[in-house]
Design a protein around this ligand. Structure first.
Ligand code: 6PG
Length: 248
């Protein structure tokens, strides 16, 4: 039997250290791939400091922009210019300044509804991947970045919603969110998120401690069901860990 894909927990001092560790891992994954690399970005506020770091001289000069493609794991179904749009933050902070335009792959929201958006994004991912089915020997993404919500959701896979049980589709529409902002969502499914060399969770702040305790207890929450077929890494700061984990 193949051995289970590894899951590791890394505790760092604070959100700045967390962004630094995430940037280093992201760069290492890009460096490990000599060809075209694909990164799945995350929404929410957790990745903001990482994105700022990627825009800094130290990192922007080390990223081979001409061979990296940028996707997003989930999107709020609002216009691309709406402040709640996940890709907007990534665009404003770093992508818009450095990435070739055709290397930025947003989930489209200028379409009729979240289902149509999901269909289009799934087609785009399949075309980029060059196949309609995942080959475990050839993950779609080099790295997928994810966060965890207070209810244990990740991307826009909310607890007990039908999307979490999806095994066939790569992207689905979610008509109603379980947490703020209460706008429809479009999300990659568990199999699509799993198709990566590394899934990297960023969890920071004392407000995340309660959900982290539930994750560590092994509750069957979306964030505990999202796992890479390669390596899954939880980057946690001390305030979120609050004694539950050692390190950093
Ligand atoms: C979103 C997300 C979501 C997010 C978590 C954590 O669109 O909101 O992609 O899954 O990553 O809710 O959000 P914070 O980083 O804001 O805590």
């Amino acid at each position: 039997m193949p051995s289970p894909a590894p899951v590791s927990w890394i505790v760092v001092a604070d959100p700045a250290a967390l962004a630094l560790a995430a940037a280093q891992r992201l760069l290492a994954r890009i460096d490990a791939n000599a060809g075209r690399a694909a990164i799945g970005l995350a929404g929410g506020s957790s990745p903001k400091q990482l994105y700022q770091l990627l825009a800094s001289d130290a990192y922007s000069k080390r990223i081979p922009w001409d061979r990296v493609h940028w996707f997003i794991g989930d999107e709020r179904f609002v216009p691309a210019s709406d402040a709640r749009n996940n890709m907007l933050m990534a665009r404003e902070i770093f992508l818009g300044r450095f990435a070739p335009r055709d290397h930025i792959h947003p989930i489209p929201t200028d379409v009729a509804d979240p289902d149509e958006s999901a269909n289009r994004y799934e087609r785009e991912l399949k075309s980029f991947y060059g196949a309609d089915d995942f080959d475990p020997a050839r993950p779609l993404f080099d790295l997928v970045l994810v966060g965890v919500g207070p209810d244990g959701h990740t991307a826009s896979l909310f607890p007990n919603y039908p999307a979490i049980a999806e095994t066939n589709r790569w992207v689905v529409g979610v008509p109603k969110a379980h947490v703020e902002p209460f706008v429809p969502r479009v999300t990659l499914t568990l199999p699509a998120l799993a198709s990566c060399h590394e899934m990297l969770f960023e969890i920071a702040g004392e407000e995340k401690h309660a959900i982290l305790t539930r994750l560590l207890a092994g509750e069957s929450l979306p964030a505990n069901r999202a796992r890479s077929i390669g390596e899954t890494v939880f980057l946690v700061d001390r305030a979120a860990a609050d004694g539950d984990l050692r390190g950093g």
